[in-house]
Design a protein around this ligand. Structure first.
Ligand code: FRU
Length: 483
């Protein structure tokens, strides 16, 4: 470790030490989601199950609640439920990463954990350079930096970042989020036989390619994987115009389903579909775990979307990661299902109701001001409308005649109601994870998901009412108390 690296790590640790109390005393602090110990967290990075243990790194700015020269923070877990905060994995100490160890991924090779990340470099005039770098670990805790392994290929601006690496047969592949010289968003594909020498095969997707029209000026955080017989490309494009119910956030995160032809380096794909219909979701990353599950975690935030207005900033921290979700491809639909291990967090059952008739009168649930709970509802097929209100901050509304599902939220900036919606043929099931200042709603077995931050008055999210027209076949609520 260089002296500069030691110094940066020491300063970051001091910052954590100094602020532990102010962060922990925040009534909006999340109970079972991953948050930074202090400062700003953004993208999930390096998600991997390695020698049985899950490792989840994250973009971290320890010194302020804004963006800057990022570190890689590090959490590990045996069960995706209880997480341990590990020592800092990467600090932006060297010339090739001096303005940030930006996003990237992890693979296992020869028993070692190998990280790929973007070294972000800016000069005094703001000109950018980018290096895709490698770091290797034998113990999963300390990382030996190997420096840049990929220089910027021709045809792109220096907005070339976020390497995601995987193995296919005997070779390694990397997708990188990119911007072409004509300022359009792209995903570049590279290939290597040894993880050190990389060959650029070309752009496989992007604005103006594969039947897409104008589709943004930059694509961030790509991820490409096989799922139940199809190839899925996840990306976070920037520069899409809002269109009806779609693309309402400042930047988007979604996927294309298709087939990657490794020989010709072409990706034939369908339409872009947003992964999450809520307010805060961006830059997700997946991994294949030892059980063969494709797991995904996202950043519960969006760049430049009122980031500096989050009430938690008063307590010196901002943003969180989503819960881990298992991805499935079923009957032409991508489903996101909260991982089954989350059931380990259930404590007391607060509510159990069978055959609950909905009416125009709001029925209150006995959640006793709990801040952290899981809720599951299954509906009979007579549901014409459904509404759920949560602490005067969130409303869920389904109207079967319109076939639209909406999430309304009281803005934490203006206090006005704002909404996000999607088409939904029917409402058969709803699962909710409420955690103090966040909500994640999974509809119909994960067919649609809505994620949002909420900041209810009095800091409690536990006042819930349901109303509508139809029958809830079964409703259960569990208090969640992480260890
Ligand atoms: C996405 C992103 C990435 C970049 C990282 C920097 O949120 O902008 O493209 O690597 O965040 O923190």
């Amino acid at each position: 470790m260089t002296e500069r690296e030691q110094e940066l790590i020491r300063l970051a640790e001091e910052e954590v030490e100094k602020n532990i109390e102010v962060v922990e005393s925040d009534p909006y602090r999340l109970r079972y989601h991953l948050i930074p110990p202090v400062g700003l967290l953004n993208d999930p990075n390096g998600f991997i199950q390695w020698n049985g243990t899950y490792h989840l790194f994250y973009q971290w700015m320890p010194f302020k609640t804004g963006h800057g020269a990022k570190f890689w923070g590090h959490y590990s877990s045996e069960d995706l439920v209880t997480w341990k905060h590990e020592p800092i994995a990467l600090a932006p100490s060297e010339w090739f990463e001096k303005n940030g160890c930006y996003s990237g991924s992890a693979v296992e090779h020869d028993g070692k954990m190998v990280l790929f990340y973007t070294g972000n470099v800016k000069d005094a005039d703001g000109n950018r350079e980018t290096y895709q770098c490698m770091a290797v670990s034998e113990d999963g805790v300390t990382f030996d930096k190997k420096g840049p392994v990929v220089e910027l290929p021709e045809g792109y601006t220096a907005h070339f970042r976020d390497p995601k690496v995987w193995k296919k047969d005997a070779d390694w592949y990397m997708v990188v989020g990119a911007q072409s010289e004509s300022l359009t968003g792209k995903v570049a594909l590279l290939k290597s036989s040894d993880l050190k020498e990389w060959q650029h095969l070309g752009a496989i997707a992007g604005s103006g390619m594969n039947g897409l029209g104008d589709f943004g000026y930059m694509w961030e955080c790509p991820d490409l994987f096989e799922l139940d017989g199809v190839d899925v490309l996840v990306a976070s494009p920037q520069g899409l115009e809002a269109e009806g119910m779609k693309y309402q956030n400042v930047y988007q995160a979604g996927y294309f389903v298709g087939e990657l032809d490794y020989a010709s380096a072409t990706f034939d794909h369908g339409d872009f579909v947003e992964l999450d219909r809520g307010f805060e979701f961006y830059a997700p990353q997946t991994t294949l775990d030892e059980k063969g599950r494709r797991l995904m975690v996202g950043w519960m935030g969006v760049p430049e979307q009122d980031e500096d207005k989050h009430p938690t900033i008063a307590h010196k921290w901002v943003h969180a990661l989503t819960l881990p979700r298992e991805l499935k491809w079923v009957d032409g639909k991508l489903l996101q299902v909260p991982v089954e291990e989350l059931a380990l967090m259930r404590k007391d059952q607060l509510v159990k109701k069978i055959d609950l008739q909905l009416s125009g009168d709001k029925i209150g649930l006995e959640i006793r001001e709990s801040k952290a709970f899981e809720m599951s509802l299954s509906f009979k097929d007579d549901v014409a409308s459904f509404e759920m209100d949560l602490s005067d901050t969130i409303q869920l509304i389904f109207d079967a005649s319109e076939r639209v599902f909406s999430l309304r939220r009281k803005s934490f900036v203006t206090g006005e109601w704002e909404s996000r919606s999607c088409r939904l043929q029917e409402l058969s099931e709803l699962r909710a994870y409420v955690d103090t200042s966040s909500v994640e709603f999974f509809l119909n077995g994960g067919e649609e998901v809505f994620t949002a931050r909420i900041f209810p008055d009095g800091h409690a999210a536990g006042m819930v009412t349901v109303s509508g027209d139809g029958t809830v076949g079964e409703m259960e609520v569990w208090k969640i108390e992480p260890e």
